[in-house]
Ligand binder design. Structure first.
Ligand code: HSE
Length: 429
């Protein structure tokens, strides 16, 4: 074994960074044996240097992250500060100054992954980011490496633990959205400002990263259709139950049937209780991958938290250190297909629509005509009437999303339709 240690700089020492530092210390011998050289924490860049950080030599702490990545003797930079800047500049500077990078930064990779990969390639460095998607769950490496010889057609998953906790709570207790969010906040699952999670931004970033890797193309967060869970009601969940379904916030990345484009979307959807994703409870994540030769694979586990995310970072650190010792680099960006990303209107899906209508002759026929005019085929209709009013639940067959949303728009204009109580896509069948 080489005795000269590989030097690691840690950018950020919060929930994830402190766990990375702790595991690097407590598992130092195992890591050295697995890598073939010891790894040494050579510097830790933080914003608040006065904070007590147990187990970390205070002499390693600095507020000057730029100077740390410019040192020239750093082998690997671990970036766990998140956000676009200064993370982007620090990573690029690290590449320029001889270091490979392990990052957990989903927002940056989903926004500017191509430029970061290009910089890594230019300087002959590694860029690894297993921790950016679904915490501890091995997903980036299976897609980048294990399935590199296969053709992935679909990735369907629950990639946000906070929203899964909220929806699961609504499902099991009958609670409304606000009540379930309050519980998620009290238990520390939701942040004080839960926007990134509940509005689907976090899941959309992960969907962009997964779609790019799965289909060997470039997908940015702006290409991902995004709807959060704030509009999901207890009535939607109850309606899903009646259909033998539950509601999940899904990230869905698909290759079009003709293979000429891809789509990526994040939105709440009903899935049958028999689908493996329906049994993903609390804050867990799970991702279903459909590949031509492999068939259906499911990856499941904790998608967030300091220790699970640190596990993914450490796995990357070992791989990058081994590459360094072997004077090699691991897989870089694979975006050769250059498949375009189609808009949401072209996605083929199914809708579950609840309408409040007048209960009188001809209303059902009027409603059915709107569906027919938009070329949308109805699968099932359930009606419940009371005092001249009725609630109508229509589930469609598969149709382009544009035709389905056109149908809803036209339904809203009918005098006999008092209101559209809920619209939800149905997936996973
Ligand atoms: N906030 C995310 C979640 C974890 O709830 O899953 C970090 O991406």
């Amino acid at each position: 074994m080489r005795t000269r240690p590989l030097k690691v700089a840690l950018l950020g020492c919060g929930v994830v960074g402190s766990e990375v530092a702790r595991i690097m210390t407590t598992h130092a011998d195992d890591l050295a044996a697995r890598i073939g050289a010891p790894v040494e924490l050579a510097g830790v860049a933080v914003r608040r240097p006065s904070k007590v950080r147990e187990g970390i030599d205070p002499a390693l702490i600095t507020t000057d992250a730029t100077a740390l990545v410019q040192r020239g003797d750093i082998d690997v930079v671990v970036e766990v500060i998140g956000g676009i800047e200064p993370a982007r500049t620090l990573i690029t500077t690290a590449f320029e100054n001889g270091a490979s990078v392990v990052s957990a930064n989903k927002a940056l990779l989903a926004e500017d992954g191509a430029a970061l990969h290009a910089a890594a390639e230019k300087y002959g460095r590694d860029l690894y980011y297993e921790a950016a998607v679904a915490g501890a769950i091995p997903l980036v490496r299976p897609l980048r490496e294990s399935l590199a010889g296969d053709k992935v057609n679909r990735v369907l998953g629950i990639v946000n633990g906070t929203t899964n906790f909220i929806l699961d709570k609504m499902d099991t207790s009958g609670a409304g959205y606000s009540e379930a969010l309050d519980e998620a906040t009290a238990l520390g699952y939701a942040e004080a400002d839960p926007t990134a999670d509940v509005e689907g931004f976090d899941a959309a970033a992960k969907a962009a990263i997964l779609a790019g890797i799965a289909f060997h193309t470039r997908v940015k967060i702006g290409d991902v259709h995004r709807e959060g869970i704030t509009e999901v009601t207890a009535a939607d969940i109850a309606s899903a139950r009646r259909m033998g379904c539950t509601v999940k916030l899904l990230a869905i990345c698909e290759r079009a049937a003709d293979g000429a484009s891809v789509t990526a979307r994040v939105h709440p959807a009903m899935i049958p209780l028999s689908h493996p994703l329906a049994s993903v409870r609390e804050a867990y994540n799970a991702v279903f991958v459909e590949a031509e030769a492999a068939g259906q694979l499911m990856f499941y586990g904790p998608g967030a938290g300091g220790s699970p995310t640190a596990s993914a970072v450490l796995g990357d650190l070992v791989a990058v250190c081994r590459n360094k010792l072997g004077e090699a680099t691991g897989p870089g960006e694979s975006a050769y297909t250059r498949l375009p990303v189609s808009p949401m209107g072209e996605v083929v899906t199914r809708y579950h629509i609840s309408l409040d209508v007048a209960d009188k002759p001809g209303v059902l026929a009027q409603v059915a005509t709107v569906f027919a005019e938009q070329g949308v085929s109805i699968d099932t209709v359930r009606q419940q009437g009371k005092d001249g009013e009725a609630s109508l639940v229509v589930v469609t067959h598969r149709a382009p999303d544009a035709a389905l949303s056109g149908t809803v728009e036209a339904l809203r204009k009918l005098d006999t339709v008092r209101g559209v109580a809920s619209i939800m896509r149905v997936e996973g069948e």
